[in-house]
Design a protein. Sequence first.
Length: 135
Amino acid sequence: FPYTTLFRSLHGNYDVTDTPKAFGPVVFMPDYLKDTKYGYCVLRHEAVHATDFWKFGMIPFFILQWFKLGRALLEYRAYCKSMEAELEAYGSIPESMPGRFADALASKVYGNCFPWPKLMTKWFTKAAIKIKETK
């Protein structure tokens, strides 16, 4: 890769919520997710954010985070990678996954960054079909 991404473990006193996160080019993964299929899927999702940090540059990346549709775009890209990782790790993409991702983006967790979950579910479903066809 033309960039360097640091993957570090979290130890008790560094993690506030005990959940994986990407801060700029660094992905923080809790120890309980290491060497698990789910951890692999989460890492692939968070790695998209780390890659986007380098792709867009620090200032544009953080500006995108402040705008709802910018945040939705970044999360859409990462959740598509999550579906790809799910297919690789488990052999299938659950039919409920596109809807769960769309509902998450419409929730307070993501600051209601995309308030039209039905539309986003369609986009995620089309992405899932494309991922299945290419694998």
